[in-house]
Design a protein around this ligand. Sequence first.
Ligand code: ATP
Ligand code: MG
Length: 870
Amino acid sequence: MKSQEIRAKFLAFFESKKHDIVPSAPMVLKDDPTLMFTNAGMVPFKEYFLGNGTPKNTRLTDSQKCLRVSGKHNDLEEVGKDTYHHTMFEMLGNWSFGDYFKKEAIDWAWELLTEVYNIDKNSLYVTIFEGDKADGLDRDQDAYDLWRNHISEDRILNGNKKDNFWEMGAQGPCGPCSEIHVDIRSEEEKAKVDGKSLVNQDHPLVIEVWNLVFMQFNRMADGSLEKLPAQHVDTGMGFERLCMVLQGVQSNYDTDVFTPLMREIETITSFKCGHKEETDVAVRVVADHLRAVAFSIADGQLPSSNTAGYVIRRILRRAIRYGYTFLNTKEPFIYKLVNTLVKQMGEAFPELKREKNLIVNVIREEEHSFLRTLDQGLILLDNMVAKTTGDIISGDKVFELYDTYGFPDDLTGLILSEQGLKYDKERFDVLLDEQKKRSRNASLVETGDWTVLIDDSEEEFIGYDTLEANVKITRYRKTESKKDGEVYQLVFNLTPFYPEGGGQVGDKGYLEVPNGEVVYIIDTKKENNLIIHLAKNLPRSTEGTFKAIVDEKQRFRTSANHTATHLLHQGLRKVLGTHVEQKGSMVHSRNLRFDFSHFSKVTSEELKAVENFVNARIRESLPLEEQRGIAYDQAIKEGAIALFGEKYGDAVRAIRFGKSMELCGGTHVQSTGDIWHFKITSEGAVASGIRRIEAITNDAAKEYFTSETEAYNKVKATLKNAQDPVKAITSLLDENAALKKQVEALIKEKAQSLSGDLEKEYEEINGVQFLAKKVDLDAGAIKDLAFKLGQNRNDVFLLFGTEQNGKALLSCYISKELVASKDLNAGQVVRELGKHIQGGGGGQPFFATAGGKNLAGIDAALEAAKSFLN
Ligand code: ATP
Ligand code: MG
């Protein structure tokens, strides 16, 4: 059975059991402060388990893209080494939100595996939760009894809290689970060792394929469990593992999900799998990581130097490094695999097809730059080796290489071992651990439990129409972190505050308490479908009605920037072409930032044209037209543009200024005329094929023009109010260049005349003409002087000292003949004498220089020079 068919059968089976099939949510999470990536099928449905929203059907089924590379679920270091863990994988799931529970979940799982997929019953084992004293939980007898209807007792195993009690994180929905394991060993092996003893023992051929989770508790901040208002089912089956079982192979990488990529890597690198373990691991790593990175880019998360982007960059670098070390790939090659991946997965995940060019370009560029880093790292490493005596490189040095240059320590180790060297791994690990602890502590947020004041499931956002409202606090909790200190999170029954999202910052403002007290709202965010208002303190009494007031100025400026962002998008498509697509945006009150796909620098004429386009729309005072709660499909049919990597619900808001219609939940001005003026402040590249424009509007544009004019007037005044300031500056620059030339010529002349005098000052020591002297010349002139003196004789030893721009400089020249015959070395001379001026330097054996900060040491250095000849 082909993988496509396996996936389709799963979805069709649950559709026949009255589930709605839903598409995978993005793998990259944009607006979730608790999580960077979807790491399990339940993530997109969190809000339903928490009771903060209602799904369109209480039964859903899907195949969800998951990524397990950070946080609670992190499989990164295992990937490639084993044959059944991936960074990115698909999780097939069926969901019950307060609908069916254990019975149907278990019966259907069994029916699907044994009757639809025809897996041999004698190769299956199941586990159930054995109970936990500390949590006061009994063994899951219900699950046991239900399994007994299908499978013999000796194939139902007890599992502990680690394997059989599923938790989303430190807090939140959780419950006992029941796993299904498959034994795919040969009959011979099965006869030798009982499969039962291998369940949950990390055996590559006795593996967990499906986990049925019965959500019924909520884990509180103090670790205690509370019953959820309703019981749910959350199941997750590893798609790639299922394919391995059904296709009769012994590794996920031998299924048709992976074989096209594996063959392509073998072709490109000329390495074949199946001969050497390290080659096999490397090929698996590359195939796996390519998928993770490509899907992330398609979802809008490019590799970058911060948080989620950095995680993606590290995955790609791990692949590059495995290729570099074990597949001998010194040139970019991973990007070449994108074609094969898109052919393979593009049908099921059309976002891959849509973003193919971007994926190729970004990966190629990242490969280029990391390979350069690796080359530079090799040079640095060579230097370290040269400076080290003995055969152990210090852990601090290797850590510096890792931390500052991104040079991986295992690669360092490998290269060193080839030269018979080692590094202090213990020390390195200590440093790495310290660094991890520092960043963990900085980002650690302790979150308390909600105090629920009013039971209210739907918190209405009314901020499109009003900036003020009388609200009640429905729940609140406290969080604490090193970075932000104590912060209270408040939820209202309704709110005018816009929560950060769609690139737009959250609203600020305040709560007015009837007794005159004021509570400032410092930010607004959305989490699990709740709009959360952040405050440094609580009102003295949390009950009663409060007047919630949004900071009008900040909101207005932000809205002007948001509308301008839409006009900018239109302008870019008009001026540069319709290949321009939004790849990210950030809308603040100060300015706006817009990233888009385009393959060359935007010229200043093009930028001018875009500015003109936007300002023309502003002058037309186009009114905001909006449709709220329109069906997503309907909006797309009417021509609305949906944005890259955004997660849209079934009902969306479509807005229109003039001709162009876009899906957008953000706030906008009532008329484009409110923007007043639009000004681009910068344009540049953020990644290969992605440009970034920053711009300002309204007050910021006014301030910009005022301060630019002021600066210009100051320049004019400094130029004594020249009629044409550009001409005045050009002639100043010309004059300056001419003067510089004259000065250089004069110094050269001075050196020339000096050389004749100096030759008279030679002192002969052991057959060498010696001279050590302080001179008033710059570095270039001293070099000329030394070389000139050296031309005339082949037995000179010269040391010059000088003060230059407040620094001490020593220059040493030794005739090449002396270098050979007397074993002298100018580099060594300046390194030693450099100590007197508290500096260092080097160069060649016949000419070297040293700089230092101690001017007073020059004389002592000149004095000491003689010692080299005695
Ligand atoms: P394992 O113990 O094998 O790591 P898990 O307990 O982490 O699995 P769950 O969190 O229960 O797995 O996820 C549900 C299913 O998803 C698993 O039964 C498995 O089939 C699949 N799965 C989990 N992690 C991975 C992974 N890294 N790569 C591929 N499939 C996975
Ligand atoms: Mg796991």
